[in-house]
Design a protein around this ligand. Sequence first.
Ligand code: GAR
Length: 219
Amino acid sequence: MDSECYPALIVPAIGTWPRFDSPLRLGVMASGTGTNFEALQSAIACGDLDAQIRVLVVNKAGCGARDRAERLGIQCELRDHRLFASREEMDHDLVRTFQNEGVEAVVMAGWMRIVTPVLIDAFPGRLLNIHPSLLPSFKGMDAIGQCLSSGVTVTGCTVHEVLNDVDAGPIVAQAAVPILSDDTRDRLSRRIQVQEHRLLPWATALAGQRWRTAAATQG
Ligand code: GAR
C-alpha cells in the first residue's frame, strides 16, 4: 500500500490556530538543511502561526538553513561550536544572542548539538525540539536507523520541551507515520519530514498558548 493511503495522525489534532496579543517572538536553531525552519516561516507567512522569527542561529557555515534564511530575509547568526571552549560557553553566547533580539522562546529545528542548563534555564519550558521518532522510543542519534532495524511498524516525529536529559522533556505534540515493508531510510525520512513540517508550526502555536498564559498569570 502506498504511504499516501494512510491518513496522517497528528495529536493533538490541528485545529484553530491561536492568535496572541502580539506575535510570538521566536529564535530558531538549525544545523542542517533547514526544511523545518522554513516550514515555521511558511506557517507564519500564510497566517497560521502567529509569530515572528527574530533570528536563526546555525552552527555550520555551509548548512542549507543559512541559505534559506538569506532567501527568506531572516537574520542569521553563525556560531561555530568548534570555536567555543565548552558547550556552556557556547550556550551563554546563544542566550545573549536571543536576549539581544528580544526572543521569548526558542525552537531547535534540526539542531544537532547537546544543549546545557545554561540555555535550558534561560528559557524555562520555552525551548522546543523536534525529533524524528515517537518519543520515548528511539532517542538520540540516528533515530530513523534505530527504528528501521527494530521491526516496529509505526514511527513518527515528536515536538517536546527540552530538559537536561536528551530527548526526554514533556511532549507537546506527535505525528504518527507508518513504516512500509519496502521502506528505505530515504523514503521513510522523507515521509517523516512531511509530517514534521506540519507538526512543528502547530506544536509551536500550542506551546505558545501555554507560554503566554503563564506569562499573563505571572503578571
Ligand atoms: C529533522 O528531521 C529533525 O527531526 C532532526 O533533524 C532533521 C533536520 O531537518 N532532528 C534531530 O534528529 C534532533 N535529534 P531539516 O534541517 O531539514 O529541518
